[in-house]
Design a protein around this ligand. Sequence first.
Ligand code: GRF
Length: 188
Amino acid sequence: MKRIAIFASGSGSNFEAIVDAYNRGELNCEPALCVCDRKGAYVIERARKLNVPVIVAHPRDFEDKAAYERFLLEKLMELDIDLICLAGYMRLIGEVLLEGYGNRIINIHPSLLPAFKGAHAIKDAFDYGVKVYGVTIHFVDETLDGGKIISQGAFPYEGTDFEELESRIHKLEHQLYPKTINKIISNL
Ligand code: GRF
């Protein structure tokens, strides 16, 4: 069975959704590692509860970003990781990981890319007043939320309740990410 690493910086609800899909027998690869770049992030607790090994490391603890990524690359190789899935990892992937993992790094973003790139996509789309919201999963390149699109999900929403909207988007993410990982893994 192929093995994936999930990179996250925050809450980790997508991480948990992927592991839950695996535990239900609905994922065709094993979530074998969680990488977190923020000490104290809730995803670390989730990973421990779900028995997924976690690496917590920050570029600050290394000479530079390349050294940080070399450290991660070594761990990913040691653990035979086939695919990196970014899930709320608030950092651009650098040259070392891009070279090491080529087109085997994917990301989930809570908007219909190329609209609303960046860290506040849901709020930005809401404030803009869009009528159709969605989620994108794409290959990662050196640009912010760039790279070839793999899958998208969308729904119309004309309400005014931001929290309701956010939770609908996250629900869609939690369904779409495991399915998309299955598709990518079976083509590796
Ligand atoms: C998600 O909305 C994801 O699309 C974005 O960051 C958020 C992470 O949420 N890139 P969580 O940490 O998985 O709960």
